[in-house]
Design a protein around this ligand. Structure first.
Ligand code: 13P
Length: 249
């Protein structure tokens, strides 16, 4: 079974002082935990990555980013390359988040290229997939997720170089979550589809994301094939994020 991963996606939140305080608090708590049984990851916005790296140094908390460009370097104003993130100490990069797919019209092929760039730079991509409310209502959840796995998961990855996050778009920031039976069904489908792509699909961590809170984390984190969480809003408060992490035990 994959080791549990609790990841905080801070999205476009936190000024420097807030980010440092949050990261420090998590670092202190995680460092004091003698047997955490799970990995803890924070993904601040780009301008805070370096400061957060210093705030969590030596604590065991891992550092990630929220996106990257598929290229190594070059004339791409405003973009950030994967090697720059590795250079700052990042171990993970979220790619294909639904907010990027919506706001920046990212398609599966580009997501797969970004994932490859992340792996080339020595880090692990967290590839996000998930259906919209319209697709769910039309009964297309499983076909949409299978199609996104086929298109967004680059070939040649293994459990060492791949994390999947299932985030139903309609559950993000809404306080609504699928039933545990629905989560179990989709995660089982994801694992089956991954077996077409990677040789050790059983070891790939598959995170659930979308309105994970202290009150529902325990239930969600113990659904079969759920190997952790990708947390948005609740990752911005140390107590809430910590409580979610404890629920994963
Ligand atoms: P919320 O936890 O705020 O619903 O966000 C989930 C998410 O998009 C994490 O990537």
């Amino acid at each position: 079974m994959p080791r549990k991963l609790i990841a905080g996606n801070w999205k476009m939140n936190c000024l420097k002082a807030e980010g440092i305080a949050l990261a420090r608090e998590l670092g202190v708590r995680y460092a004091q935990d003698s047997d955490p049984e799970y990995d803890l990851l924070v993904c601040p916005p780009f301008p805070l990555i370096d400061a957060v790296a210093q705030a969590i140094a030596g604590s065991g908390v891992m550092l990630g980013a929220q996106d990257c460009h598929p290229g190594e370097k070059g004339a791409h104003t405003g973009d950030v390359a994967a090697p720059m993130l590795a250079d700052l100490g990042c171990t993970h990069v979220i790619v294909g988040h639904s907010e990027r797919r919506q706001d920046h019209k990212e398609l599966d092929l580009e997501v797969a290229e970004k994932a490859k760039a992340v792996v080339r730079a020595g880090m692990t991509p967290i590839i996000c997939i998930g259906e919209t409310e319209e697709q769910r209502d039309a009964g297309e959840t499983l076909t949409v997720c299978a199609r996104q796995i086929a298109g967004s998961v680059a070939d040649g990855l293994s459990s060492d170089t791949l994390v999947i996050a299932y985030e139903p778009v309609w559950a993000i920031g809404t306080g609504r979550t699928p039933t545990t039976a629905d989560v179990a069904e989709v995660h089982a489908l994801i694992r089956a589809e991954l077996s077409r792509k990677v040789t050790d699909a059983e070891n790939v961590a598959i995170l659930y994301g979308g309105s994970v809170k202290p009150g529902n984390a325990e239930e969600l984190m113990h659904v079969p094939n759920v190997d952790g969480a990708l947390v948005g809003g609740a990752s911005l408060a140390a107590d809430d994020f910590w409580s979610i992490a404890q629920s994963s035990r």
